[in-house]
Design a protein around this ligand. Sequence first.
Ligand code: ADP
Length: 262
Amino acid sequence: MALFRNPAVAISKQLSRQSSLSSVAALSRVQGRVLPLAGRAFSDKNSTQTFDYNKKNEGKSSNIVWSEGLISNDERVALTGQRGATLWITGLSGSGKSTIACALEHRLLKNGVNTYRLDGDNIRFGLCKDLGFTAKDREENIRRIGEVAKLMTDSGCITITAFISPYQRDRDLARKLHENSGLKFLEVLMDVPLAVAEQRDPKGLYKKARAGLIKGFTGNDDPYELPEKPELVIPTHEHDVDESVDIIMKTLTDHGVFKKSN
Ligand code: ADP
């Protein structure tokens, strides 16, 4: 792969070389879409990657350039036969997010679907082990999960997330990350009255929170903001686990994510 000092030089060198131009044309054909050359993107003659110098970078790092692969998301779907989607399960602690996420993952896998579950507690053992439960940490937690889910969904996976994710703003951000990349995002509310969640209390957390042993516990001294426009609402106290999974499978079918032939 040739290295250039800056994109302008790179592009002018590319433009001056007929062989490079034909390589760009070939790459464009492979990708099935036109790559604008001047000032935007170019491909290296000997490389399969395409750089997009205009991709907006809102992060801290400088001197980074977006690298496109050869495959668009639609082409990936055509080649693998599976379109990814993020199923964003939200709700109070004890509403049944983890229970139903596990059962759903099992059902999808039995149907031959590539799926993976990101669980709220599990993620805090690793990727988010530096975060607590302050509003700021919760926001960063959900931002990271949103980014990870987006990558997994882009790869064609049905990504099931099970996080309380109590704030509308944070869930909206996760949605936006997906929709800006043309990826499907389905928000699923596990809708149980606080009294039911508190009575289930599978980990004894409500009891501890009521006793003042846990600060900032959702439903106790931290708010849960109901989703404004969820794609699906499941009152898990009115359905057994299998029925809840049936309901989600139907939604995945309605949205063209799951096909019976899978
Ligand atoms: P969350 O992940 O939302 O904190 P969990 O799935 O960990 O919730 O806990 C929900 C608890 O409620 C589990 O102990 C589960 O067995 C129990 N439960 C009782 N009935 C149901 C139901 N119909 N659907 C889901 N969970 C239920």
